[in-house]
Design a protein around this ligand. Structure first.
Ligand code: ATP
Ligand code: BTN
Length: 257
């Protein structure tokens, strides 16, 4: 049913290809493997359920059946994208945030670098993975999980950060294929603007905790404190205490949750 609906709803989106799975390990794994074959630009992998969905740093991302939008979009990078790899997570976040704002009248915020929050709770996460040849990106996989129904949200005890679903915040049922259509449409609009001031500014306007005191914990356990001032042009985070914090295994938290 989901698959049939997808094919109909995405007729006007210029997809390079579409692979649908009732159940899969991780859509990112499928997309990365597809990139080694004959995949075309803007090919899409969708799953109704993931058994080993991944977040950053090897953490898990839960996608129970019939509950969420789990997708991986394969981009074969053009010049501009090769020079702006660090902005691709922001591109995905901006496209989803735009959709939620324009089509669902929500006020999403982007928790740097890769999560979408609504009313301070995580509703979606983005994981960008790149297949490299030397220092040139051969393929980019933009993976995104969006909690649609309440059943997508893991039990509180399993979370490091509070989470919610679109249906919980909207108080009505949400069609995940409509969210997907909106996301792809917004991505097509923002993609040519990757790295331009307009795109980084639009992302920066949606930053969560702007002006607030936060702490950033690095993979090595080192903690940096500061007030969020905004984004730099390369997508790194600007605090009043440190000029640029780059992606990597870093966790941002408000000083008081
Ligand atoms: P940070 O938010 O700083 O990136 P994080 O601990 O939230 O760190 P992420 O890599 O963003 O980690 O996301 C993975 C985490 O998200 C998992 O460790 C789990 O706690 C949580 N998680 C897993 N599945 C879901 C889901 N469907 N919705 C919300 N959160 C989830
Ligand atoms: C995060 O918050 O750390 C990112 C979560 C990304 C989850 C999505 S769901 C679709 C795609 N497949 C995966 O295994 N991960 C991403």
């Amino acid at each position: 049913m989901y698959e049939v609906k997808l094919l109909t709803a995405l007729r006007d989106i210029p997809l390079g290809g579409l692979r649908y799975f009732e159940e899969v390990s991780s859509t990112n794994d499928i997309a990365l493997a597809w990139a080694q074959e004959d995949a075309r630009d803007f090919s899409l992998v969708i799953a109704n359920e993931q058994t080993t969905g991944r977040g950053r740093g090897g953490r898990g991302w839960q996608t129970p059946p019939d509950s969420a939008l789990a997708l991986s979009l394969l981009l074969l990078p053009k010049n501009r994208e090769n020079q702006n790899i660090s902005l691709l997570t922001g591109l995905g976040a901006l496209a989803l945030a735009t959709t939620l704002e324009e089509n669902y009248a929500l006020k999403p915020e982007i928790k740097w670098p890769n999560d979408i929050l609504i009313h301070g709770k995580k509703v979606a996460g983005i994981l960008v993975e790149v297949s490299w040849i030397g220092d040139v990106a051969k393929a980019i996989v933009l993976g995104m999980g969006v909690n649609i129904h309440a059943s997508a949200v893991p039990p509180e005890g399993e979370l490091h950060f509070p989470a919610t679903s679109l249906e919980e915040v909207l108080g009505k049922s949400v069609d995940r294929v409509e969210v997907l259509h909106g996301f792809l449409t917004a991505l097509l609009k923002w993609r040519p603007l990757l790295g331009r001031e307009e795109m980084v500014a639009a992302w920066g306007e949606k930053l969560a905790f702007r002006g607030k005191q936060v702490e950033i914990t690095g993979g090595d356990g080192q903690v940096i404190h500061g007030r969020v001032l905004g984004l730099n042009q390369d997508g790194s985070l600007h605090l009043d205490t440190v000029e640029s914090i780059h992606f990597g295994d870093v966790h941002l938290r408000p000083t008081q949750l």
